[in-house]
Design a protein around this ligand. Structure first.
Ligand code: TK8
Length: 339
């Protein structure tokens, strides 16, 4: 046998072998899901990702495996979103506010004082309005599974207690990379600076910025109390998180695999919201114990802030579309009328 012939035979044998081998390998090798998130492992976000991973592994009989990668080790929200769209990463959880550049309807959740409590949040996010916003994602290369609770945002800074709007004058305040937040805090008189969350702690530590706004849970789990003295209870907006999947990857899954992910996402959502609310309920006392000086706004100042902040509403409505805006208001009316 000459060399060419021998090589041909070897190639043919390999080709014959490779088909069954490949499908066998797929049966044995679990599907690996890289699931990125921004907060620490020891946070409401980290705990819920862990639970999601356990659920997926259990429900798939070990055929699907979630590798949870926290603390923005895969990059800030915006970078992970692009990785999902390109198919280089399978899953993430992050803020809806950083998604607005991709899906403008997400800006609905940036509306100051839109949602007053957990009951309203659950009904609005899990109801037709929340689902309508989620349905805008696939055309952008993303699949949204569920919303988790980030929570009501509150203000911290290292300069002075904020008891009146004027106290914000000249305070360099980090905001999320999102125009509504930028405009809102400029309107309040702060010097608003957009920064990814992953850079926030060190920006506060080095005094590149004086303050920031986030839910109590995050102020606690990200140890902002180490670099921020003053906390003002403002509850100026309810922030959701959203669990996202790469559509490119999702489309290659079987219906059963998709169901495993969706079911686990729903279990994680219920767990996460309960966990977050429990933690938020005692976080203020914890933050006080850590040395933060905490104040509430007087009703008059609170009303002034609300009045200024809600001036961005008209532009949000125009951005997300009047139909969605009106439907949201109608839905909230219905939710509030329910006992
Ligand atoms: C975490 C962020 C965070 C958000 C922020 O990646 O950026 O301030 O509240 O939760 O999504």
């Amino acid at each position: 046998m000459n060399l060419v012939r021998r090589t041909l035979i070897a190639a043919a044998t390999l080709a014959a072998l490779s088909t069954p081998l490949a499908s066998l390998a797929q049966d044995i090798k679990p599907r690996l899901i890289r699931f990125g998130y921004g907060l620490n492992e020891q946070s409401n976000q980290g705990r819920a990702v862990k639970l999601f991973a356990e659920q997926v592994e259990k429900a798939s009989g070990g055929k699907m495996k979630v590798r949870a990668i926290g603390a923005a080790a895969l990059g800030p929200d915006t970078q992970m979103q692009q990785a999902l769209i390109g198919g280089a990463q399978e899953m993430m959880v992050g803020s809806t506010a950083t998604l607005v550049g991709i899906t403008k309807e997400m800006a609905l959740w940036d509306t100051p004082f839109l949602i007053n409590n957990g009951k309203e949040a659950d009904a609005l996010l899990d109801g037709p309005v929340g689902q309508k916003v989620i349905a805008k994602l696939p055309e952008k290369g993303l699949v949204g599974l569920v919303y988790w609770e980030n929570g009501f945002r509150n203000l911290t800074n290292s300069k002075r207690p904020v008891t009146r709007l004027e106290d914000l004058d000249g305070i360099k305040l980090r905001v999320m990379q999102n125009n509504v937040f930028l405009d809102s805090f400029k309107t309040l008189g702060a010097n608003a600076v957009p920064l990814p969350f992953s850079e926030l702690f060190s920006a506060l530590e080095t005094k590149t910025v004086d303050g920031q706004e986030n839910p109590f849970n995050t102020i606690l789990s990200s140890k902002f109390y180490e670099v921020q003295k003053y906390l003002t209870v403002t509850n100026h907006v309810y922030s959701p998180w959203i669990v996202l999947v790469s559509k490119k990857w999702w489309d290659g899954l079987s219906k059963d695999e998709q169901k495993v992910l969706m079911d686990a996402a729903q279990v994680s959502r219920d767990f996460e919201r309960k966990d977050t609310r429990e933690e938020a309920g005692k976080a203020l006392a914890d933050l006080k114990a850590k040395g933060m000086q905490i104040n509430e706004l007087s009703p008059a100042e609170s009303a002034r802030m609300r009045d200024k902040l809600t001036r961005v509403n008209a532009s949000i409505a125009a951005n997300v579309g009047m139909d969605l805006w009106n439907e949201t208001q109608a839905e909230l009316g219905k939710i509030r009328a329910r006992k």
